[in-house]
Design a protein around this ligand. Structure first.
Ligand SMILES: *Cc1c(COP(=O)(O)O)cnc(C)c1O
Length: 494
């Protein structure tokens, strides 16, 4: 047996590389990331996926591979195709981030592998995460009763919020046929998904009409709630957006809060995209009344520029979050008391869908502390002004039509060709911009119209990126409008 253990130990120790090997691996990874970062300004933001070998020629088996070979593979297969989310040219969908100190925070979190779920196990790790949650509660002006959780993203945070709202208002099997939820047609699809996962797919979904700027119409909401009450139904939840994904529109938060108060509805605010604009004056002016929501979702991997995998849920009456998530197992008896008191919930896992969880604190804490808040405030204000600048410029550019003046940092726009189908033309315009690849933009359909979108949020996006985009839009639209193939199609159509 001892011989066997010695032999196994010799091999299993390969999982624990020694100092020299660690240094070699670190140097290789650091060289890679340095060349990635210094190459960013010159590299494309979008490369259409073609000509990859895939991972099938690198099977996972008993043979070890050198790290330099792995990095070459990673560069070829992962880092040179599709959208580059680390680039300031990423202005499509909702841009992410990837702050450098977050990577260092993750590195520390992963090497030490501290468990932040239960205070008993990792008192400092747990406190770090609770401190970050408290900081966000303060940002949205929540009272001391509030609690929250660092999640993997906005979708999971939304699920947690809606489960809490369901339990808090007693929406059980008996109530499902009567329960009503109110949301606009621009609410993020993660709301529908969360309702489904929470077993609430059969409740009444009321789609509230919007005004001409794609914001929920509060008086229509009032009428819908009243009419449901008259029919003996149970208005339960209203979902508003502090910045919709499509157009960046902010629903009338104070009016919706007022109605929710009067009628006893749970008010959920989806601030996944827009919430961190509270850090700058320009954003705060637009986000009045967020503290009146019963639950708020924020995405630090959007407005705070963290790497993907960073969401947050905040609940104004924090003990409700604990009541929905509190479970106990005998094997955890050293860490928790069986007669659990949600008022005294004190560990991140008490507020979380997860038990074992990544130590998410350092990726947020490092950049916030290392830089201080000032550059975050400036970057967010800069993004609002870049969107306003783009809106002004594109409105003045011949042939283009801009959507509403931006509430935050998203602008919709399209080109109106003289003789071609506008939907078809704008599709080709988008393709031309993506073929250039320097700036990535995306599109949406609004009122049946194919519409281009600019979403500015990345910390590396500055005036030069926006000017580059304006220039390429102008040139490509001009080329396409004169393209003989396009005019052939036109005559073919007529
Ligand atoms: C991104 C987004 C979500 C979903 O968040 P994920 O982090 O992608 O899961 C929800 N709502 C809005 C408004 C968003 O922009």
């Amino acid at each position: 047996m001892l011989e066997k253990l010695a032999a196994l130990g010799r091999i299993s120790r390969q999982l624990d590389p020694q100092q020299g090997t660690r240094k070699y691996m670190q140097d290789e990874v650091r060289d890679y990331t340095e060349s990635f970062l210094t190459g960013l300004p010159a590299s494309r933001t979008y490369v259409q996926d073609k000509g990859r070998q895939g991972f099938s020629n690198a099977p996972i088996n008993d043979t070890p591979t050198d790290i330099s070979e792995l990095l070459a593979h990673f560069r070829q297969e992962v880092d040179t195709t599709g959208i580059n989310p680390a680039s300031g040219g990423q202005c499509g969908y909702i841009p992410g981030g990837g702050l450098y100190p977050s990577a260092l925070g993750d590195y520390l979190a992963d090497i030490t592998n501290r468990y932040s779920g239960v205070s008993f196990a990792g008192p400092g790790a747990a406190e770090l995460e609770l401190t970050l949650v408290d900081w966000m509660c303060e940002l949205v002006n929540y009272p001391d009763t509030a609690a929250g959780d660092l999640t993997s993203g906005g979708s999971i945070a939304t699920l947690s919020a809606l489960v809490t709202a369901r339990d808090a208002r007693g929406i059980d099997a008996g109530e499902i046929p009567r329960a009503c939820v109110y949301l606009s047609g621009q609410a993020h699809h993660c709301i529908g998904k969360a309702l489904h996962v929470a077993g609430l797919q059969d409740i009444h979904k009321r789609i509230v009409p919007m005004d001409e700027r794609y914001r929920m119409n509060a008086s229509a909401l009032k009428q819908m709630i009243e009419s449901d009450q008259e029919q003996g139904l149970k208005p339960w939840l209203v979902v508003a957006s502090a910045g919709t994904t499509d157009t960046g529109a902010i629903d009338p938060i104070p009016e919706i809060a007022e109605l929710a108060d009067q009628q006893g509805l749970w008010f959920h605010l989806d601030a996944a995209y827009g919430g961190f604009f509270l850090l700058c004056e320009e954003g705060r002016e637009r986000l009045h009344g967020v503290e009146r929501a019963d639950s708020i979702v924020l995405d630090p991997h959007k407005g705070l520029c963290l790497p993907y995998g960073s969401g947050a849920v905040l609940i104004k009456d924090g003990k409700l979050l604990a009541e929905s998530n509190r479970y106990y197992a005998e094997y955890m008896q050293d860490a928790k008391q069986a007669d659990y008191d949600p008022e005294a919930a004190s560990s991140p896992a008490d507020f979380s869908l997860e038990l074992s969880r990544p130590f998410r604190g350092p990726r947020m804490w490092f950049p916030l502390k290392l830089f201080g808040l000032k550059p975050f405030r400036a970057s967010l204000a800069e993004k609002i002004w870049l969107a306003r600048y783009f809106h002004q410029q594109i409105s003045a550019m011949e042939g283009f039509e801009a959507g509403p003046y931006p509430d935050l940092s998203i602008v919709t726009y399209r080109y109106l060709p003289q003789n071609a189908d506008a939907n078809d033309f704008n599709k080709r315009l988008l393709e031309a911009v993506l073929e250039d690849g320097k700036i990535f933009i995306s599109s949406t359909t609004i009122d049946g119209k194919y519409t281009l979108r600019l979403a500015v949020l990345h910390f590396r996006t500055h005036l030069e990126n926006i000017d580059y985009l304006l220039n390429i839009l102008k040139n490509k639209a001009f080329e396409l409008d004169r393209d003989p193939r396009a005019s052939l199609e036109r005559s073919g159509h007529s």
